[in-house]
Write a protein that binds this ligand. Structure first.
Ligand SMILES: NC(=O)c1ccc[n+]([C@@H]2O[C@H](COP(=O)([O-])OP(=O)(O)OC[C@H]3O[C@@H](n4cnc5c(N)ncnc54)[C@H](OP(=O)(O)O)[C@@H]3O)[C@@H](O)[C@H]2O)c1
Length: 246
């Protein structure tokens, strides 16, 4: 299923209670190649599959990242899949901006923190488990709107900027990790518009056949990861397996 990885591989999925994160956990558990899976989310979760270790932690905070580091205790991680991200937060009056006047420095900082800084800090926190000689895939969910070259519509300033920053951080980490583990593959992935809480307020304009189910997206992204080799490290792909320009 993931030919780069060994049988009974160890995976960490962050954002494991989110729409896509949860579906990725379910898809990974559908295969016998999956060994141990640490499912990280802020709210407690239960799983019937004994291969899952749920970890209740907020990895957007130092304390949460430390909890994950303690849980791993330096053991090799073969797949780190980050499904954390934010586009809107009604409770904190955070909405994607339509025009410049809507830019707000606090909201901008929050979106940058969750979408860009957190994935990089997460990789830094578990670096001991990624370096070495074992094959490892580090995949983090980006978004096509984070592509500067592909920006034809404008709007969504903070979200676009945070995903562009995410991609730069992941690309930069890929270069460092390549030196520390020749078997590492760092990937930025675009899931396509997926039926989750994140896309709910914006689904009206999406044609029905362009709104994917989380399970379809999870399977598609696993398929994209399956085709990658260490030569692909530091690259950006969509759910259909097409490369995306930075
Ligand atoms: N859905 C789409 O159409 C779409 C399109 C392009 C890209 N993406 C990207 O795909 C990723 C997953 O999105 P999704 O659609 O599955 O959204 P989702 O259902 O809202 O899940 C996002 C997850 O991010 C974590 N998160 C959100 N706000 C957080 C905060 N303030 N602090 C810490 N963690 C926080 C949560 O993880 P826990 O609650 O588990 O801790 C949450 O479950 C995101 O990076 C998103 O940008 C989605």
């Amino acid at each position: 299923m993931l030919p780069h990885l060994p049988s009974h591989f160890t995976a960490v999925v962050t954002g494991a209670s989110g729409g896509i994160g949860h579906a990725v956990v379910e898809s990974l558990l559908n295969t016998s190649q999956m060994g141990k899976l640490i499912a990280v989310s802020r709210a407690p979760q239960t799983f019937s599959d004994s291969r899952v270790t749920p970890l209740t932690a907020d990895v957007s905070q130092e304390r949460g990242r430390q909890q994950l580091r303690e849980q791993l205790d330096g053991e090799p991680v073969h797949l780190l899949f980050n499904a954390i991200g934010i586009l809107h937060d009604h409770d904190n009056a955070l909405e994607p901006e339509k025009r410049l006047e809507e830019l707000d420095s606090e909201a901008f900082a929050q979106v940058m923190h969750i979408n860009a800084a957190t994935p990089a800090l997460l990789i830094a926190a578990v670096k001991d488990s990624l370096q070495g000689k074992h094959p490892t895939i580090i995949a983090s969910l980006s978004a096509r709107v984070g592509s500067i070259g592909d920006n034809g519509f404008g709007g969504w300033y903070s979200y676009r900027a945070s995903k562009a920053a995410h991609n730069m951080l992941l690309k930069t980490a890929s270069i460092e990790l390549k030196r520390l583990n020749k078997q590492s593959i760092v990937l930025c992935l675009h899931p396509g518009t997926t039926d989750t809480d994140l896309s709910k307020p914006f689904q009206a304009r999406v044609p029905e056949n362009k709104l994917f189910s989380p399970s379809f997206v999870a399977e598609s992204l696993i398929g994209v990861m399956a085709k990658r080799t260490p030569d692909d490290t530091g690259s950006f792909w969509d759910w259909a397996g097409e490369p995306i320009e930075w």
